[in-house]
Design a protein around this ligand. Sequence first.
Ligand code: BV8
Length: 240
Amino acid sequence: MNTKYKRILVLTGAGVSAESGLATFRDADGLWNNHKVEDVATIEAFERNPEFVHQFYNEMKPELLKARPNPAHLALAKLEQEYSGEVNIITQNVDTLHEKAGSRKVYHIHGQINQAVCLNCGQILETWDDVDTQTVCPHCGVSGMMKPNIVFFGEALLCMDKVQKLLAECDLFVSVGTSGVVYPAAGFVQTAKYYGAETYEFNLEAASNNYLFDKHVYGKCGETLPVFVNELLAETKESE
Ligand code: BV8
């Protein structure tokens, strides 16, 4: 089946979850859940006050557990299910709304709220319960060594081997709901472009790295993305 694109790669940021009611990082007054991201989500902040950082994320869990996917998440899941080419999602988000919408090939480069990592043995604890400095690692039995499995500023991203491969192989790169200020994610479009992908920016407004994209679709992604996905699927059906 000659689909226009063989491998579609989608990068999402906080904007894709905005219509699910979750706070973005830099939209309002620059504060995120009443804190500057950089004051909480840094490895220094965690080393300085692990209890505070654990509590910050524990307090976020109930809202993220309750949140429901919006039409943008659902459109991407529909694309993965119905498109004859390959569809992968790289997300900067720590929520699990892509998975709740039905997407299966999702790579969380900044980690996940419902995971903690043991700094003693490196194993992951999947839980929506509170994690703190007293939590005992179920794998090695050591307590006080659990960290939210969230990539703080100054930490290396997760899944980067897979990400590099996806960026080199994709022929369509679609960025959705990200301000394009956090690296290395904000530079992924350049890598995809270097390897010959067509690049689309879906955002409420022009992101900081908008000049790197071939095409732009501005508006709420809960409205713009379903239209785009249906057009891609219609093109495939026409070519059958
Ligand atoms: C690393 C975890 C190296 C917390 C996050 C100087 C210059 C350049 C770079 C640097 C520098 N100094 C340091 C750096 C590197 C640094 C960085 O980029 N800093 C920036 C801020 C200057 N990066 C790092 O530290 C990274 N690590 O480089 O490590 C290394 C390598 C090897 C070994 C050791 C170390 C780590 C970065 C990850 C940090 N962690 N989050 C948490 O999520 O709880 S970052 C945080 O920002 C989130 O992950 C978030 O996803 C990410 C990006 O934000 P966005 O998702 O884009 O959200 P934002 O609110 O900004 O934008 C939302 C957009 O949506 C807006 O444009 C809005 O208009 C739009 N929107 C809103 N509603 C809608 C919508 N669009 C459509 N529809 C809507 N309805």
